[in-house]
Design a protein around this ligand. Structure first.
Ligand code: DAK
Length: 260
């Protein structure tokens, strides 16, 4: 399918999805959110895709937030619809069967930081900047930031960022655990592809069920989460890849996984 504000490319088993509104620093307007929602459905159906990389077009921004020009004119009801569109799209991303790596190549502010936080793994370029500046605009975060940021960095650090709107650099984001790794800008995509390919080489059902156990389990009490973990663990025993992986270990050879 053709998209106006997105570029979807496939590199072997890896899909690279680029948000492409560089003139507006890839800000998320309603059209872009709607396209993202559609592309996540498309990717979820595509069993040839084993991992996804999400990035922003140009050298300056991952995503500089929700589109302020569009948002400024909303009335209360429209703002609720806009927040719901963003929230449901980001939740779809979080629950996408394949793992998603955010390659954060510049500003990840407001909705952009919230988008990155909906990905499974965050890699940043040395020039990346992060923040939830909504309070500087007279708003609160509306695409899950008040919920995901505390889960990732803890309530104290999240509260400071959400109350001040301060913008932090990639090293500080690394220090507080918001990103997994920081790379020079010209190495970011290469490193993201390396990581995605390492993941794509593992048993796909195992990877996808691990993701599901993390994403579903984190919002459950520990006993329910462990029950869920036991159920997904059991499910892997109905796959050929489980037999292959264990046999390959015992036979001291590399496994050949089929995703079945
Ligand atoms: N929206 C729309 N356009 C944006 C934009 C944004 N978020 N960020 C940048 N742009 C546009 C600029 O207007 C400019 O357009 P032209 O003037 O060239 O037409 C172009 O991108 C380049 O930006 P600058 O000229 O400003 O570039 P600089 O290098 O000088 O500055 C910057 C870069 C990232 C520091 C600056 O652009 C900036 O501060 N941008 C805004 C960042 C921001 O505050 N982001 C958070 C947005 S608020 C909710 C739903 C959602 C949300 C909240 C509530 N509900 C419905 C409840 C989410 C809120 C947000 O994400």
């Amino acid at each position: 399918m053709e998209y106006k504000n997105l570029i979807l490319e496939q590199n072997g088993a890896i899909a690279v999805l680029t948000i492409n509104r560089p003139k507006a620093l890839n800000a998320l307007n309603a059209d872009t959110l709607t396209e993202l929602s559609t592309v996540f459905d498309e990717l979820g159906r595509d069993s040839s895709v084993k991992a996804v990389i999400l990035t922003g077009s140009g050298e300056k921004a991952f995503v500089a937030g929700a589109d302020i020009a569009q948002m400024k004119e909303l009335n209360g009801l429209e703002a609720r619809r806009f927040a719901q569109l963003g929230q449901s799209t980001f939740r779809k991303l979080e629950l996408l069967s394949q793992p998603v790596i955010a390659a954060i190549n510049g500003f990840a502010l407001g909705g952009g930081c919230e988008l990155a936080m909906s990905c499974d793994i965050r890699l940043a370029s040395e020039t990346a900047k992060f923040g939830q500046p909504e309070v500087t605009l007279g708003l609160t975060a509306g695409f899950g930031g008040t919920q995901r940021l505390p889960r990732i960095v803890g309530t104290g650090v999240a509260s400071e960022l959400l109350f001040t709107g301060d913008i932090i650099d990639a090293q500080e984001a690394y220090r507080i655990g918001l990103v997994n790794h920081v790379y020079p800008s010209d190495k970011l995509l290469e490193e993201a592809l390396k990581l995605a390919n390492r993941i794509a080489g593992r048993a796909p059902v195992g990877v996808q069920l691990s993701k599901s156990a993390i994403q579903r389990g984190i919002n459950m009490d520990l006993d329910s989460a462990q029950d869920y973990e036991a159920a997904v663990f059991a499910l892997t025993f109905s796959t050929r890849d489980q037999k292959e992986g264990c046999s390959a270990f015992l036979e001291r050879r590399k496994p050949v996984f089929e995703g079945l």
